[in-house]
Write a protein that binds this ligand. Structure first.
Ligand SMILES: NC(=O)c1ccc[n+]([C@@H]2O[C@H](COP(=O)([O-])OP(=O)(O)OC[C@H]3O[C@@H](n4cnc5c(N)ncnc54)[C@H](O)[C@@H]3O)[C@@H](O)[C@H]2O)c1
Ligand SMILES: [Zn+2]
Length: 357
């Protein structure tokens, strides 16, 4: 069994690759009162008669994976469910689902009794390859994405990559977007690996997907172990996210996170090229060979309207001061942060991208 160990100042934890049903058998031995499950409603529907068969309905609370449900209200409903079951501090929370379920249940685990034991089984490619480590829990607040949150890593992560078999293409390619980003974070070393992965991803080749998940987690591990609380180097993982978060929001979350990140990387590269920090050749190569092939939904022109995107970027919680921050990619595949993106540069990049996709 493959295991990736992650060091954290809160607690060290392990990502264990294995079969989810075997894990359920093991944890079920503790008795029904000791475990509480928060499961993605759709995932429950898909697997209730197979891998979830042994679960008792009274131990399970279903949550819809919807950005508009990633709120304090949903967490409060879960507090109530735990109180109703007279759950004590030693209850184990097991959550099963993608990044939305992770964010909601991670927040729940970190705040209920100031922290309960939490095991997370990610069921989307994005969550398996990226979000399951790093310890961030986030909730949306009013019109602000991920405004409220805590740092609280799971005690254990169980990755059963066969969950991905049932993912819809749009969500699958959202995960591919984050995988591409993480491979680029490892500089030129992983560029060829990720280019080779693209046709395998299109075929949904299981072995190649598992390898891409492991590589992505190892890259992220290197960043988060160095800067767990996002004070410096970890910021670079936000490549593609500055424009990406704005696009997600302007589309009312119809463009999923990882897909918005792909468009965000394209835009960041255009800015970098315009500043003379990335050659035309490399920008064009990244665009044609890597990013365009994984852009499953091409954002409609009206979604790239500069005034809307820039207004949304101005609301981003990571902004300090008047100008906009942006993670860019420099020549040689070197990520870097600029803090002085001008609105005019953002406008030009958005106009150029509209004409190219
Ligand atoms: N906490 C973090 O560090 C972190 C990092 C990255 C992203 N995120 C957050 O993660 C969220 C995106 O998460 P996501 O892309 O994993 O997906 P998701 O949770 O938004 O789910 C996407 C869709 O896939 C469905 N689904 C989940 N598993 C499935 C399966 N096995 N088969 C079929 N359908 C399945 C869900 O029901 C939903 O319809 C965003 O809110 C983003 O902000 C958090
Ligand atoms: Zn992301």
């Amino acid at each position: 069994m493959r295991v990736i160990k992650v060091k954290s100042r809160i607690r060290d934890y392990e990502v264990v690759f294995g079969r989810f049903d075997l894990f359920l058998n093991e944890i079920g031995k503790g008795g029904k009162d000791s475990v509480f499950y928060v499961i993605d409603e759709k995932v429950w529907g898909l697997y209730k008669n197979s891998r979830f068969k042994r679960l008792d309905a009274c131990q399970v609370k279903l949550v819809k994976a919807d950005e508009f449900k990633k709120t304090l209200k949903t967490v409060m409903d879960l507090y109530d469910a735990l109180i109703e079951r007279s759950a004590k501090k030693n209850i184990v929370l097991v959550s099963v689902g993608g990044g939305i379920i992770q964010d909601v249940s991670g927040f729940l685990a970190s705040t209920m009794y100031r922290g309960i034991k939490w095991i997370y089984a990610p069921t989307t490619l994005l969550a398996q390859a990226d979000s399951c480590i790093g310890g961030k829990t986030s909730l949306n607040y009013k019109s602000y994405k991920n405004l409220v949150g805590t740092f609280y890593p799971p005690h254990r992560v169980i990755v059963d990559s066969s969950f991905i078999d049932t993912q819809e293409n749009l969500d699958f390619y959202s995960g591919v977007g984050e995988i591409v980003k993480l491979h680029l974070m490892w500089k030129e070393k992983y560029l060829n690996a990720i280019l080779k992965f693209l046709p395998e991803a299109a075929r949904r080749n299981k072995k190649a997907i598992l390898k891409a998940i492991c590589n992505s987690l190892l890259v992220k591990k290197a960043y988060i172990e160095d800067d767990e609380f996002d004070q410096g180097k970890r910021n670079l993982l936000n490549y593609g996210h500055c424009f990406g978060h704005a696009l997600e929001k302007v589309s009312s979350f119809k463009i999923p996170h990882g897909q918005a990140v792909v468009a965000g990387m394209m835009l960041a590269n255009i800015v970098s090229r315009a500043r003379g920090l990335l050659s035309c050749r490399l920008e064009d190569r990244l665009f044609r060979e890597l990013l365009l092939p994984v852009l499953f939904v091409k954002p409609k022109r009206y979604l790239l309207k500069p005034q809307d995107i820039i207004a949304a970027m101005k609301k981003d919680k990571k902004r300090v001061g008047r100008k906009l921050p942006l993670i860019i990619m420099k020549e040689g595949i070197n990520p870097d942060k600029i803090n002085d993106l001008e609105e005019k540069e953002a406008r030009l990049a958005l106009r150029e991208l509209s004409g190219r996709i």
